[in-house]
Design a protein around this ligand. Structure first.
Ligand code: NAD
Length: 353
């Protein structure tokens, strides 16, 4: 269990020292989540340039470092104190969460490896960036003691979590998912479409193969369309089960009993993603995030061996708890995935199951 045994370096109080490189949508959320964990310490965050997010980091007392060809002078001009460069930050860290834009992580991997710092990458990187792809409910054990992990993308995380419920209980002989994808994150004002539905002409889409980085044998095919919304993705699932549950209630119960799922009842009046995110604002966790897979009781049905269900995925936050569990697996801080998930979810204010 010691950091030394697993190739890690730990601070005096036994906490794993975590750096975050790339402080955008995912990075800022992971940084906040790290500060809530009993066994982790945030040693700083790295950014290329000053922004409202850099300002908030400074206001929260996070040490700020310049990365990726950014200029110290720009931070000086903005009045944001810098603690050093990315190299300085990495020297203080046991592990770095790379939350830079797609494919930047691949270039950064060489820096992390040369400095002997473990690294967690995101789903925008190819699977080869890390020793294993990771999703806590599905393959926590595969992350144990690793030097590098890749937390799969938001959509893949959503499907992998659902597979973690379905595969061990009932077996899957065939699974089709149509992904209705949000066009952009809410702050991405330069992306579209503003008015249109764009089919993804790669068929099947890349999501199915990505799920197989976690479930290699899963007979899953995915297709996707992009729609003008920023709130969430929605997956339309049709799964053929090898040993089907007796009825819809049994399937529903399995999702309800699993961590990281949130099921809305019909009486709650949640018609779609607008009310889901309104609920998230009412709940007020983190950035008013919805880190669970969202299902609807009346959006799920078992018909013989066929199961149908909708699930909504909050792209900005679903991977946040997975990044925390990835760190815990790499440093063997918990005996198993269920324990790590409980620690993470309790710290984040999610339902603990
Ligand atoms: P983002 O654009 O919101 O944030 C990236 C941040 O990194 C920005 O602040 C940018 O200025 C900074 N940056 C750019 N180059 C850098 C460099 N060389 N060094 C350090 N920082 C640099 O991106 P994001 O949405 O947070 O995505 C990050 C990763 O997470 C990607 O791999 C993405 O595919 C993945 N991901 C994103 C989502 C999502 O919906 N936003 C969901 C799951 C996974």
């Amino acid at each position: 269990m010691s950091g030394k045994d697993t190739g890690g370096r730990r601070s005096g109080d036994g906490k794993v020292r975590v750096a975050v490189n790339g402080f955008g949508t995912i990075g800022k959320r992971v940084a906040d989540a790290v500060t809530r964990q009993p066994d982790m310490e945030l040693v700083g965050v790295a950014k290329t340039r000053p922004s409202f997010e850099a300002r908030r980091a400074a206001e929260r007392g996070y040490r700020l470092f310049v990365a990726g060809g950014g200029e110290r002078a720009a931070f000086d001009a903005a009045g944001l104190p810098l603690a050093g460069t990315l190299d300085d930050l990495l020297h203080d860290a046991d592990v770095v969460v790379d939350a830079t834009p797609e494919r930047v992580g691949k270039a950064n991997a060489k820096i992390y490896s040369s400095l002997g710092v473990k690294a967690v990458f995101q789903g925008g990187e190819a699977a080869e960036v890390a020793e294993a792809s990771f999703s806590a409910l599905a393959n926590y054990a595969a992350g144990r003691g690793k030097r590098t992990l890749r937390v799969v993308s938001c959509n893949t995380t959503g499907i992998a979590r659902a597979a973690s419920v379905l595969v061990p209980r009932w077996g899957v002989s065939h699974w089709e998912v149509t992904l209705v994808r949000r066009a952009a994150d809410p702050a991405e004002t330069k992306k579209g479409p503003v008015n249109g539905i764009l089919p993804t002409f790669r068929m099947p889409s890349h999501h199915g193969p990505d799920v197989r980085t976690i479930f290699p044998e899963l007979p899953i095919a995915t297709t996707a369309v992009v729609v003008p919304t920023t709130l969430m993705h929605v997956h339309v699932n049709h799964v053929r089960l090898e040993r089907p549950p007796t009825d819809s209630a049994e399937l529903l119960r399995a999702f309800r009993e699993s961590p990281r799922f949130h099921v809305f009842a019909p009486w709650e009046g949640v018609e779609g993603t607008p009310q889901v995110m309104e609920y998230a604002r009412d709940r007020g966790i983190g950035f008013n995030d919805m880190m669970e897979n969202v299902l609807w009781e009346n959006g799920l049905r078992v018909d013989g061996s066929d199961a149908y269900f909708f699930q909504a995925i909050h792209q900005e936050s679903i991977v946040v708890p997975e990044n925390i569990d990835a760190i815990r697996a790499m440093f063997e801080l918990a005996p198993d995935g269920r324990t790590s998930i409980r620690i993470t979810d309790r710290a984040l204010g999610l339902s603990v199951r």
